[in-house]
Design a protein around this ligand. Sequence first.
Ligand SMILES: C[S@@+](CC[C@H](N)C(=O)[O-])C[C@H]1O[C@@H](n2cnc3c(N)ncnc32)[C@H](O)[C@@H]1O
Length: 255
Amino acid sequence: MTLRAYRITGAFAQDALELLHAVTDVRGALEEDDAVTVWLDDALPDMPFDGLEIFELPAAVANASSTGLENDQPILVAEDLLVRPPWVERPATFTGIELIVPRGMAFGSGEHDSTQAALLALHAAWNDPVSFADVGTGSGILALYAMTRGCRRIEACDVEEPAVLAARELLEGADVTLGGPETMPWRADFVVANLTAKEQHAALPAILDRWTQRGPLVLSGMREHEVDGVAARLPRVDARCVRGAFTALTVLPSA
Ligand SMILES: C[S@@+](CC[C@H](N)C(=O)[O-])C[C@H]1O[C@@H](n2cnc3c(N)ncnc32)[C@H](O)[C@@H]1O
């Protein structure tokens, strides 16, 4: 029997659990201060309570006693920037920007150094752009940064279908296309791409074409010996963020 598990947060989470005990067969429940996680045979029924946030855990997490996911920790990318999956609690003392990304099939839930280098570069160059594009979005984590900072016009693309599906789920209201940067519908002020150096070289003309140059351009995913080759094809480089073996390059708008 495959179980389904739901993490329910909000002021009425305990009331929701009581109702579930009455109307369905609760196979397991984990009660925390302001959250309950319930295991059920079927989908969660409608919950008639205001302000509940409901997140369904991935099937692997719901059905395994030891998946490795239970060892997940929040990832502190900078003092004021943290990435965590929804099933990991926020550290009580943390008050900065939080990116909540489920760890699924698509690349990019924050543990890779190239993602962290890109996030550091975004964080440093952030200038409240009107529009944002994420090339090679994976799970959607870099676009989620832009959304969390209040950017309302977001597009993203990826050549892998599981990534597109994951990003569409994470990035409500964003235009997420299957394919390279040329498939994105409009030109954006702030553009980010975290790709391998080989992929950067192949995609660079289309990436530059999607960039209005009114905001920063961030390219991540290059190893040290690959940085100069990519830098040589940019108008200039204004900043470099290094995390582990990976570098992100930033080009700031000229005016
Ligand atoms: C290194 S992962 C980055 C994922 C995420 N943006 C992050 O920073 O964690 C690169 C992603 O780019 C995608 N990709 C590779 N070449 C691409 C291209 N030319 N256009 C769009 N996506 C591409 C891959 O499928 C993969 O999901």
